[in-house]
Design a protein around this ligand. Structure first.
Ligand SMILES: Nc1ncnc2c1ncn2[C@@H]1O[C@H](COP(=O)(O)OP(=O)(O)OP(=O)(O)O)[C@@H](O)[C@H]1O
Length: 310
């Protein structure tokens, strides 16, 4: 659990983070959104004390972060930045091993962890562990960057625009990987992004910043349905609201008995995808499959009802 308590940062008399308080629950994914210069990065960097607060405090697991020496705190908190920041002259394995080595893990344990993480990120260890970052694609480098941040099994992962440089396809895959890994390790994640779709896809809580202040901190459905200010409403985009609402849920949760004609949709698909398929194919219901077997249908009427303001 991360408790952010009246946190402020002032540069040259100007508050860039202004009296911000909120709590990130253990195992939560908190996504921080806001306009450029709203203080997102500064807020994040005060969690691992790359930036020292002017006022307020941060507690992790009940302990004030000021009780730690800065670099020791940072060894316990994974940190990923856009462009991954890999060491170019160290191999993939050496990059991932950075923090475990600082913590004096045994060699065999480090080697096993490197291979485990490479496999988790769909990189064959035998093929990739001895390569250098320059010998990887951008998407592969980004995965190694996240693997490095997770190497010492941190309870907390801070991610600053981690997928900003990836194309939309790779971005979707990187988001799915992050969700799978977060579920597996139960890591508490704080992620900064400019992309509202990404925020909604990943966050179970969204923090909206503007001018250094926290405007709203709530689950995505709450932010969409009840934006705290006009600024938050604008950020979501009024034309996108019904579609954002549908994107939050999957077909499985709304299957009805009955049949429908035409190609089926997988139950894991989002309601937004189901809605798009109904419109595109001109159907008012789609068959739903689970593991290749038809289990019922989803109707346009249900999707329309679920897209409305709750
Ligand atoms: N070291 C610094 N000295 C002075 N001003 C700073 C410093 N770091 C950040 N700022 C200012 O603080 C404000 C917030 O910056 P920050 O990087 O936290 O915003 P952000 O929301 O992450 O922006 P972006 O989305 O563009 O990355 C900006 O006006 C920035 O110019």
């Amino acid at each position: 659990m991360i408790e952010i308590d009246r946190l402020s940062k002032v540069y040259g008399g100007v508050p860039v983070v202004d009296d911000v308080s909120f709590t990130i629950g253990r195992g939560d994914i908190c996504v921080v959104v806001g306009t450029s210069g709203s203080g997102k990065t500064t807020l994040m960097r005060m969690i691992n004390r790359l930036v020292e607060p002017t006022g307020g405090s941060v507690r992790i697991g009940g302990q004030d972060t000021r009780a730690f020496i800065g670099h020791e705190l940072r060894r316990r908190i994974g940190y990923v930045i856009q462009g991954n920041g890999l060491f170019p002259h160290r191999s993939v394995a050496q990059n991932i091993a950075t923090v475990p080595q600082l913590l004096h893990w045994e060699r065999a344990r480090i080697a096993a962890r490197v291979d485990e993480l490479l496999s988790l990120f769909h990189l064959d260890p035998a093929r990739y562990r001895d390569r250098f970052p320059g010998e990887l694609s951008g998407g592969q480098q980004q995965r190694v960057g996240v693997a490095r941040a997770l190497a010492a099994e941190p309870g907390i992962l801070l991610m600053d625009e981690p997928f900003g440089a990836l194309d939309p396809i790779l971005r979707g895959k990187a988001q799915a990987d992050l969700l799978a890994i977060q579920r597996r390790f139960g890591t508490t994640v704080m992620l900064v992004t400019h992309d509202m779709d990404e925020a909604m896809a990943l966050g179970n809580k969204i923090a909206v910043m503007d001018g250094g202040r926290l405007l709203q901190y709530a689950p995505p459905a709450e932010i969409i349905a009840r934006p705290a200010t006009g600024f938050v409403a604008d950020l979501i985009g009024s034309g996108d609201r019904p579609f954002r609402m549908l994107a939050l849920d999957t077909v499985f949760n709304h299957v009805e008995p009955g049949t429908a004609a035409g190609d089926a949709i997988d139950g894991h698909a989002s309601l937004r995808d189901a809605y798009a398929e109904c419109l595109w194919s001109g159907r008012d219901a789609l068959p739903v499959v689970r593991d290749g077997r038809r289990i019922g249908r989803i109707t346009l009427a249900t999707l329309t009802r679920l897209a409305a303001r709750p």
